[in-house]
Design a protein around this ligand. Structure first.
Ligand code: CP
Length: 310
């Protein structure tokens, strides 16, 4: 089987069969990563550029490691050390890099739609979206799905609540698209000012402003960071009050009388959206998410490289 797409720009237009193929391929790569020798030759002679126009810890390192585990040649680009500061456009930068015989582009950008723009101008180069503005973060949603299935089995019929700053979260949007396509039920919980009015009807999700009720309903809570850097105006009174109303604490979890799985895409703000005791507890799979990110990104790179079946 092959993917139906040449690029991974988002989950919105990705068929469920492609999602299943990526997750099953990631399972095979996860097995490779348990071996003493974790490297396979699948992407030998393939060169990948990691083009990060916005800060990243997990996604950038995870892609680079995935490329190295697949034996690809990698180049890392960050804006601070590039000629972007001299006025070079995104398209000129990428054309110059591709002229050095680069095969695939992984890109993070603060502008929503930047990878779609690149894909339009470079239809023959595989473009992978590593997070674009407040739009999508497809590999995060894929690794979240992989981690849920690993922990509690198939997504079909599972109840997942996304908690926090839904309005500014590309992780939330990609998760909603993916979970719905795979048959899960999705609920959003957070302050009304951080949940878009259109979410219920346009995205087919439930909305519950009372966090305790949302947690009682769910099997899994995926907790999101407040994206202060993307907020143009004050949308809640203070971080302290946010923590009191929407922070996940062990006291709150104890009050719901059931054990749920706690996830977070990172970076976490301890004491704001999640307390340390919860983040580091046995219910939390935050570090398993990070671990699974490498196998999931290996699967995406491999399936988009055109090397499958060679
Ligand atoms: N989850 C995530 O995208 O983290 P980074 O911003 O560190 O890549």
């Amino acid at each position: 089987m092959q993917l139906s797409t040449k690029h991974l720009l988002g989950i919105k237009d990705l068929p469920a069969s492609d999602i299943s193929l990526i997750l099953s391929t990631a399972q095979q790569f996860k097995e490779v990563l348990q071996r003493p020798i974790k490297k396979v030759p699948s992407l030998r002679d393939v060169t990948v550029v990691n083009l990060f126009y916005e800060n990243s810890t997990r996604t950038r390192i995870s892609f680079e490691l995935a490329e190295k585990r697949l034996s690809a040649d990698t180049i890392n680009f960050t804006t601070s050390s590039s000629s972007v500061s001299k006025g070079e456009t995104l398209l000129d930068t990428v054309h110059n890099i591709l002229s050095m015989k680069v095969d695939m582009v992984v890109m993070r950008h603060s502008a929503s739609g930047a990878p779609h723009f690149l894909a339009k101008h470079l239809p023959h180069t595989a473009i992978i979206n590593a997070g674009d503005g407040i739009n999508e973060h497809p590999t995060q949603a894929l690794l979240d799905a992989f981690s849920i299935e690993e922990k509690i089995g198939t997504l079909e019929g599972k109840k997942i609540v996304l908690v926090g700053d839904i309005m500014h979260s590309r992780v939330a949007l990609s998760n909603i698209y993916l979970l719905k396509k795979m048959g899960a039920e999705v609920m959003l919980s957070g302050p009304p000012t951080l949940i878009p009015n259109y979410a219920k009807e346009a995205l087919g999700v439930q909305v519950e402003y009372n966090l305790a009720k949302a947690l009682k309903w769910c099997d899994v809570a995926n907790v999101l960071r407040i994206q202060l850097e993307r907020q143009q105006q004050v949308l809640f009174s203070s971080l302290r009050e946010y923590n009191l109303a929407y922070g996940i604490s062990s006291k709150l979890l104890a009050s719901i009388n059931k054990e749920i799985v706690i996830m977070h895409p990172g970076p976490i703000n301890r004491g704001v959206e999640i307390d340390s005791e919860v983040a580091d507890s046995h219910q939390s799979i935050i570090l398993q998410q990070v671990e699974n990110g490498v196998a999931v990104r290996m699967a995406v790179l491999y399936l988009l490289s055109g090397k499958k079946g060679e």
